[in-house]
Write a protein that binds this ligand. Structure first.
Ligand code: ADP
Ligand code: ADP
Ligand code: MG
Length: 650
């Protein structure tokens, strides 16, 4: 076994790899960018090396700096995690050339699966079923349109170099094909530097079921399947193992196909073969098709670890160090059911816009596995993937695993940023999901209910009002006698503004303005736990106070109350102007307006993606859209005009 390895990643996955290495007695070297100098993975590792500035292209994607760090610290092997350089065959070659071991498959295997068109051709040869479609080299517009017609609508246009759901367009009608093709190509060129596409039959009621494989270069086994059908914009949200409704017959067929795929390329290490399955009825042995192979550890690997009891990172290290896999297929255990939720810093109730912020409080319940890369005091960096944590719960059966995960989400305390906790909580409670009727369209179909912000109780509103006014915090020094006896505070929650009045009563406060007055007494503000008495009951809540907001978590999803003037938050755009200019270079990923449309100040007009982050561009004033020179998928430079408003009359 290695004495020392370097982890060429950050965040939760770097921390997760370090934990296993430590348990195995392997020393760890972390690498970090300037944005991560104080990050958790740096703290957990035995030593850490700075590799460059915040931008990933100059740090976590800098193969030279990483290999140099490994050589300088005496690391013998490099674990790439996922994302970044994990599926870059050039990096694997460079690692080997430096006399180091890459903890993962060979460059050849990565190349074989790197482009979706070539991978599909290879799978056809290996006898693995693939989605019917066109994956030729000829990229002529007319030919692609003809192929789409031959395949039959609906079709899916995919970037051959794609990943993370980018460069993908579903097309339902022949008339929409040319625009969708342009959009997919533009996105693919921007994201992957390769505009080539393939066309696939769009499978109706699709289920995403993937098989975890493990190879040692000689032979491969599978570690059963994961169902990752709960997706939003082709990105996984909830993953589980095993797949609901899976039968022994289909499992054997899918597992055998995945092992054939892995063995066809002499696979070594952990990999995932992704299939799309027809979810219209029961799963069938002839109703699933190969989509792609991810030649790395997957984000959702913990659910497989939970049901098999195996540590996949441990086996990645063992295989990379030259050990053969010890198990036959029959020896791999499968026990119970596991579900994972991805907790993100994003505003699900507000169009899923990514948010930043400093996490003032981070606490996960002990009964769940929490894979996280942050702790209290850490900022959500705008530079990288906004994942905060993955929460995994294992139970004897599917119902208990889901119930446990829901409980764990409710008991998770995250303050200081907006998160998708409430959305995840509602999603796990959705009837279709609970009944195991999953497909990739579920979230979209249910999105209205899933993104509806919960209504705060009068008690919570009262607490938010007292906190926003700073009354309880000052209670210790006693109120100055000249203070008014009555205060008014307006708070905005889920787009609605409410106003409450507060007056002092013996031992506390009386809050009015709602349907019934609320009396809070014995208020003890804490960091972050506040205690108070209401209607004779002693209660508690987690509070986070920031300049513009109060976040309250009480058992379920966090509630956010904005206390600033709502119009002030629209500023920062150069309010009042006629044009919206790109604040940075990026990709126009959503356009929510059309010329001639009336808009109100603060309306969301467009979403620009830069550095894996989405930035919303809002109307600087009321007006009418005059011109809209960019379309979805356009790559823009800083300062480009994205939209103009008709000149103001007055
Ligand atoms: P997986 O395919 O393992 O389920 P996702 O689909 O969520 O993971 O990941 C989407 C894409 O983004 C993948 O290609 C993954 O490699 C990449 N990715 C995920 N997390 C990160 C990260 N922290 N940094 C860079 N790339 C990432
Ligand atoms: P990526 O590399 O971006 O992960 P995939 O080929 O794995 O691309 O597809 C991502 C997602 O798109 C899948 O998980 C599935 O939800 C959906 N998808 C892919 N292919 C099809 C298809 N032929 N029909 C329906 N949905 C599909
Ligand atoms: Mg995929």
């Amino acid at each position: 076994m290695f004495d020392r390895i370097l982890i060429a990643n950050r965040g939760e996955i770097a921390c997760r790899v370090i934990r296993t290495a430590r348990r195995m007695g392997v020393a760890t070297v972390a690498v970090y960018s300037d944005a991560d100098a104080g990050a958790l993975h740096v703290e957990l590792a035995d030593e850490a090396v700075r590799i460059g500035p915040a931008a990933a292209a100059e740090s976590y994607l800098s193969a030279d700096a990483i290999i140099e760090a490994a050589c300088a610290t005496g690391a013998e092997a490099i674990h790439p995690g996922y994302g970044f350089l994990s599926e870059n065959p050039g990096f694997v070659d460079a690692v080997s050339a430096a006399g180091l071991v890459f903890i993962g498959p060979s460059a050849k295997a990565i190349r074989a699966m790197g482009l979706k068109d070539r991978a599909k051709a290879l799978m056809v040869e290996a006898g693995v079923p693939v989605v019917p479609g066109y994956h030729g080299a000829d990229q002529d517009d007319a030919l692609l349109a003809e192929e789409a017609a031959r395949i039959g609508y609906p079709v899916l246009i995919k970037a051959v170099a794609g990943g993370g759901g980018k460069g993908m367009r579903r097309v339902d009608r022949v008339d929409d094909f040319p625009d969708a093709l342009q959009g997919a190509r533009a996105e693919a060129a921007a994201a992957f530097g390769n505009a080539d596409v393939l066309i696939e039959k769009y499978i109706l009621s699709p289920r995403h079921i993937e098989v975890q494989v493990f190879g040692d270069g000689t032979r491969a086994v599978h570690l059963y399947e994961r169902d990752c059908s709960l997706q939003r914009r082709h990105q996984k949200v909830i993953e589980e193992a095993p797949a609901p409704g899976m039968t022994e017959e289909v499992r054997a067929a899918m597992g055998a196909a995945a092992v054939r795929a892995a063995e066809a390329i002499g696979y070594s290490g952990a990999g995932t073969v992704e299939f799309i399955a027809d979810g219209a009825g029961d799963l069938r042995a002839d109703g699933f098709w190969f989509m792609e192979m991810n030649t790395r550890l997957q984000v959702e690997h913990p659910v497989t670890e939970a049901i098999t009891g195996l540590d996949l990172v441990e086996w990645q290290l063992r295989v990379a160090a030259g050990q053969a896999l010890p198990w036959t297929q029959e020896e791999i255990p499968l026990s119970g059911h596991a579900v994972e939720a991805r907790i993100y810093a994003e505003d699900a109730e507000n169009g899923f816009l990514p948010v930043t912020g400093t996490l003032s409080h981070v606490d996960f319940p002990g009964f769940a596995r929490a894979d996280s890369g942050v702790r209290a005091g850490d900022a959500i960096s705008p530079f990288y993937d906004p994942i905060i944590a993955k929460l995994i719960v294992h139970g004897p059966d599917r119902d208990s695993a889901i119930a446990g995960l829901r409980k764990a989400l409710g008991a998770t305390r995250l303050a200081g940023s907006v998160t998708n906790l409430g959305f995840l909580h509602r999603l796990l409670g959705a009837e279709e999901f609970r009944e195991g009727r999953v497909d990739t369209g579920l979230i979209e179909r249910e999105s209205a209910a899933l993104t509806l912000a919960p209504t705060p109780s009068e008690e919570t509103l009262a607490l938010a009002t007292v906190a926003a006014l700073g009354l309880a915090q000052g209670a210790g020094d006693g109120f100055a006698l000249w203070s008014p006896l009555r205060w008014t505070q307006s708070l905005e929650h889920a787009g609605e503004t409410v106003e409450r009045q507060v007056e002092c009563i013996a031992g506390g406060f009386r809050i009015t303005g709602g349907p019934d007055p609320v009396e809070l007494t014995g208020v003890v503000p804490g960091e972050p736990l506040w205690r108070y008495t209401v209607a004779g009951r002693r209660r508690s809540a987690v509070l986070a106070l920031a300049a513009d907001r109060v976040t309250i978590t009480q058992g379920g999803a966090p509630l956010i109350f904005l206390r600033s003037d709502p119009l002030a938050r629209v500023a920062g755009q150069g309010a009042g102007g006629d044009a919206i200019l790109a604040p940075m270079p990026g990709l126009v990923c959503r356009v929510l307006s059309t010329p001639g449309k009336e808009v109100r100040e603060g309306d969301l007009l467009m979403v620009l993606e830069a550095m894996k982050m989405e930035h919303s561009l809002r109307a600087p004033r009321d007006g009418v859209v005059a011109t809209l020179p960019v379309a979805e998928g356009a790559q823009v430079q800083s300062g480009d005009t994205l939209l103009t408003l008709e000149p103001d009359d007055d």
